[in-house]
Design a protein around this ligand. Structure first.
Ligand SMILES: NC(=O)C1=CN([C@@H]2O[C@H](COP(=O)(O)OP(=O)(O)OC[C@H]3O[C@@H](n4cnc5c(N)ncnc54)[C@H](OP(=O)(O)O)[C@@H]3O)[C@@H](O)[C@H]2O)C=CC1
Ligand SMILES: O=C(O)[C@@H]1CCC=N1
Length: 281
């Protein structure tokens, strides 16, 4: 994306997720002056501005921070907690240009609910990203709203492609995306935490166990990175017949790990459904 024609992006609510996308966008070469951001507290605005060089406004210090940030923006990424998304739509509704595309990264907030809280015809996109976006290795789904043209969706895809792989899904599959990749990095980090604890139980020094667990998980992630990488083949390459790994893998499988992972992904997806009922009515 040529830098001088990069769309102007406003990140409203720039914490863990929107902050990851913002960092990924900047790392891809988009100049800081094409980006603005908001947070609630003045402290987090200051920290983010110092770290990134982006103009960050705080709603605590300026009640109009969000409305100011969307002025002249081509894209607006809503990254507050789900319960606050529709209120934020109300807040910025009058300040938005009719062509500005409003992208929500929130779990459990539907395109219909967003449309009800924005001006008629405002283009919207529902997205489900994940935090590896901060290092350009995110995976993110997009679903265009009723008033979003293919060209507008293409611009959103192009921006999000700066921070990872983009897939397009129908809205009824966002719950599944959430269960697999939105929440997914936490499953992998949990595994790393558990591997560290297992190492300690086996007698390793805690720091040595931490390094072994983290390097193993991140190294395995790198092996799985190429487009044609195959998780099953990579697993088999570690697993000698009647060797040590086979015993470990069988312990996982006999303990029901496959069902547990399916149940965990379904629990995440179901919580997304529940949030739709709670917040979108
Ligand atoms: N975390 C993740 O891995 C993922 C999160 N999401 C979605 O991202 C959204 C945000 O989650 P997450 O990033 O984890 O949450 P965080 O709490 O980390 O970030 C929320 C941000 O919103 C800011 N904020 C709160 N109220 C306002 C306001 N009125 N105006 C401007 N900014 C405000 C907060 O400011 P301050 O820092 O000052 O409190 C904070 O920066 C959620 O909707 C979630 O469903 C989606 C996919 C993955
Ligand atoms: O935990 C959550 O609700 C958010 C959505 C997906 C990842 N984090």
């Amino acid at each position: 994306m040529p830098q001088n024609t990069a769309p102007v992006i406003a990140f409203l609510g720039t914490g863990s997720m929107n902050g990851s996308i913002l960092r990924g966008v900047l790392a891809s070469g988009v100049p800081a002056d094409r980006v603005r951001a908001t947070t609630r507290s003045a402290d987090s605005a200051r920290c983010l501005a110092e770290e990134t060089g982006v103009q960050v406004l705080s709603s605590e210090a300026d009640a109009d921070a969000n409305a100011r940030a969307v002025d002249g923006a081509d894209l607006v990424l809503l990254g507050v907690k789900p319960y606050a998304i529709l209120e934020l739509c109300d807040e910025i509704r009058e300040a938005l240009d009719p062509q500005t595309v409003v992208v929500s990264v929130a779990a459990g907030i539907t395109l219909d609910a967003m449309a009800e809280h924005l001006a008629d015809g405002q283009p919207t996109v529902r997205s489900m990203p994940n935090t590896p976006s901060s290092v350009g290795r995110g995976v993110v789904s997009v679903t265009g709203g009723h008033h979003t043209t293919p060209e507008q969706l293409a611009i959103v895809r192009e921006v999000l492609a700066q921070v990872g792989t983009v897939v397009e899904v129908p809205e009824n599959q966002v719950r599944a995306v959430t269960g697999v990749s939105g929440s997914g990095p936490a499953y992998v980090f949990l595994l790393a935490e558990m591997m560290q604890k297992a190492g300690e139980k086996l007698g390793l020094d805690p720091e040595v166990a931490r390094v072994l667990a983290k390097e193993t998980v991140s190294g395995a992630g790198v092996l799985l990175s190429p487009d044609d990488a195959d998780a099953e083949a990579l697993r088999k390459a570690v697993t000698s017949p009647n060797g040590t790994t086979e015993r470990a893998i069988n312990t996982f499988l006999d303990g029901g790990v496959e069902q547990l992972v399916a149940d965990a992904a379904a629990a995440s997806a179901n919580r997304g459904d529940q949030m739709e009922e709670e917040f979108c009515g």
